[in-house]
Design a binder for this molecule. Structure first.
Ligand code: ADP
Ligand code: 5GP
Length: 211
């Protein structure tokens, strides 16, 4: 209890609390976080993960992900450069220490978009983020969104749907998430996300105004 208090205190001194957005692929995490970063561009910074998957049309290296080969990723993991890493739908993903430090050095709220293995692993660190799960209203809606996004092969889509079933159960584990947001109507879900983060947003704004 005391140690947790001290750890929180240190985190508070180090700057604003990071935010973890998790939830099934296709639930709407990127859509919501892009909206948030557009409205509050001087408040949030995105933790740019590394991945071995190919870029989708419109995605930029260094902005959406650092796209690397398996060899490079494994070498960096072995070199201790990652806070957490996981294999999702056959590809490697990971959060480097530098990705989080780059954002925190600017005193911004660091947002991590990571899968449930990442959530479990981050819980073993002293990052102490706010954990938010973005969930679709149903599997049927999720499947439609993933199909309409037209980014996945049938094989990748099936893997993602399978992972989504596990994720939906995982999100119900007591204490796993601070908030679960069902993304049915986008504006409603965005409103809930803002409501969850408004305290942290105001803290960063206040610091920004006084410096
Ligand atoms: P994730 O980042 O969780 O994989 P995306 O943000 O890419 O999910 O969203 C998946 C697809 O669903 C995208 O094509 C997006 O435009 C769409 N989408 C997101 N939220 C909604 C919503 N509330 N209603 C309808 N479509 C949505
Ligand atoms: P996508 O390929 O759709 O961009 O991402 C697939 C899944 O990987 C999503 O659930 C996303 O949250 C997760 N993901 C993205 N980056 C990371 C990361 O650095 N670590 C972990 N554990 N998961 C990640």
């Amino acid at each position: 209890m005391f140690m947790r208090y001290i750890s929180r205190l240190y985190s508070a001194m180090a700057g604003p609390r990071p935010v973890v957005l998790s939830g099934p692929s296709g639930a709407g995490k990127s859509t919501l976080l892009k909206k948030l970063m557009k409205e509050y561009d001087s408040v949030f910074g995105f933790s740019v993960s590394h991945t071995t998957r190919n870029p989708r049309p419109g995605e930029e290296n260094g902005k959406d992900y650092h796209y690397v080969t398996r060899e490079v990723m494994q070498a960096r993991i072995d070199n201790g450069e990652f806070i957490e890493n996981a294999v999702f739908s056959g590809n490697m993903y990971g959060t480097s220490k530098a990705a989080v430090q780059d954002v925190q050095a600017k005193n911004l709220i660091c947002i991590l978009d990571i899968d449930m293995q990442g959530v479990r692993n981050i819980k073993r660190t002293d990052l102490s983020p706010i954990y938010i799960s973005i969930q679709p209203p149903s599997m049927a809606v999720l499947e439609k969104r993933l199909r309409d996004r037209k980014t996945e092969s049938e094989e990748s889509l099936q893997k993602r749907l399978h992972a989504a079933k596990v994720d939906m159960e995982f999100s119900k584990e007591p204490g796993m998430f601070d908030v679960i947001i069902i993304n049915e109507d986008l504006e409603d879900a965005y409103g809930k996300l803002k409501e969850t983060l408004i305290e942290e947003i105001n803290k960063v704004k206040k610091v920004g105004m006084s410096s």
